[in-house]
Design a protein around this ligand. Structure first.
Ligand SMILES: NC(=O)c1ccc[n+]([C@@H]2O[C@H](COP(=O)([O-])OP(=O)(O)OC[C@H]3O[C@@H](n4cnc5c(N)ncnc54)[C@H](O)[C@@H]3O)[C@@H](O)[C@H]2O)c1
Length: 337
């Protein structure tokens, strides 16, 4: 967790980050694990070089300024375009502090959504992101810290978001991590469990809590799980059995929930990105592999961090009202070859 001691408000944090080339000690991430999650408590402090790299990555993924969709504009749109606007809806986005989650939050804001709860593990960054989104678009935002591995914590965080906004119409599960270059025959137990706990179990915990509320509300709801093309293919050349299995699990979970909840008008779909240019892939150790990734992608490049936004808006909107249980791949053609 980041320490916010030296920051009196998220606005100050926003100024401090916008977008400073160097991170201050206020932003040193400290990860702690409870006894049930780990045999001993771990405190992980990255080196200064890692932090500098991290800051560059963050500034890149948060750098775009979103703008508001004016109500007068919506009123003039023809029906098809109006169906894509999200006026009056409330969204909850996990993993929304940065990367694809934050950029999809910007997309929803630009489609006229009324309020967005950003849930993430990274507290200071999440507050900055929520504040920036509100400042750029005027959309009401609320940051709530959560570790999606913790079922009780997820229940509390979803309840807090629901209490704050009064309802939840759209949910995007983007919180996730990736481990790669780990041969299966020596894959460490703890790493395997941790990844499944975040990518699959965490997605389920959030779906369960929001699904419950959407069903009770008797209103249409749309849940969008961020899976991966790795749920359908095996990546090359890196070995990442656990990630691939976790994302296949997310796709199948999505289909199962879609079938169970269709009768309540709660739709559940997944987006499966290919290689995207986000912090997740900015590990210097991955540079040589990126050359191979691009060669194997018909479009010859990684996806930009913004390139899921329009699909997220479509799935969130009434424009996709007959669509549930679908897994939509956005990968520059990677899975074609
Ligand atoms: N970047 C890609 O190439 C790519 C490709 C396919 C799928 N995806 C998926 O997209 C999603 C977003 O990835 P990204 O590239 O934006 O990564 P990212 O690392 O930039 O963002 C992930 C966010 O999830 C949060 N998070 C991680 N663990 C958490 C936990 N336990 N509880 C709460 N929040 C947690 C992080 O703090 C971070 O803000 C992930 O599920 C990832 O697997 C990414």
């Amino acid at each position: 967790m980041f320490s916010m001691k030296t920051l009196s408000s998220a606005t100050r944090a926003s100024k401090a980050l916008s977008f400073a080339p160097r991170m201050t000690t206020s932003f040193v991430p400290r990860r702690t694990f409870s006894a049930s999650q780990c045999a001993k408590k771990d405190i992980h402090l990255p080196t200064h070089e890692v932090l500098e790299e991290h800051a560059r990555g963050i500034s890149k993924d948060l750098s775009r300024e979103a703008s508001a969709l004016e109500k007068e504009v919506v009123s003039q749109l023809p029906t098809t375009m109006k169906n894509l606007s999200l006026g009056g809806k409330i969204a909850l986005i996990t993993g929304g502090a940065r990367g694809l989650g934050y950029n999809m939050a910007q997309g929803l804001a630009e489609a006229g959504i009324k309020g967005i709860a950003i849930l993430d593990f990274q507290e200071a960054l999440g507050m900055v992101s929520a504040e920036k989104l509100k400042a750029d678009t005027g959309v009401a935002t609320k940051f709530i810290r959560v570790d999606v591995r913790d079922a009780a914590g997820v229940a509390d965080a979803v309840a807090a978001a629901h209490d704050h906004f009064g309802k939840l119409d759209v949910v995007i599960n983007a919180a996730g991590i990736a481990d790669s270059n780990l041969p299966a025959e020596t894959y460490p137990d703890e790493k395997f469990r941790n990844l499944v706990n975040i990518n699959l179990n965490g997605t389920f915990f959030v779906c369960r809590e929001v699904g419950k509320r959407m069903i009770e509300a008797r209103q249409p709801g749309s849940i969008i799980n961020i899976a991966s093309m790795s749920g359908s293919i095996v990546n090359y050349p890196q070995q990442q059995s656990c990630y691939n299995a976790s994302k296949a699990g997310v796709i199948q979970l999505t289909k199962s929930l879609a079938a169970e909840w269709a009768k309540y008008n709660v739709r559940v779909n997944s987006i499966s990105p290919g290689y995207m240019d986000t912090e997740l892939n900015r590990d210097p150790k991955l540079e040589s592999q990126k050359v191979i990734w691009k060669e194997r992608t018909p479009m010859g490049r990684l996806g930009d961090v913004t390139e899921l936004n329009t699909l997220a808006v479509f799935l969130a909107s009434d424009g996709s009202s007959f669509m549930t249980g679908s897994d939509l791949i956005i990968d520059g053609g990677y899975t074609l070859w």
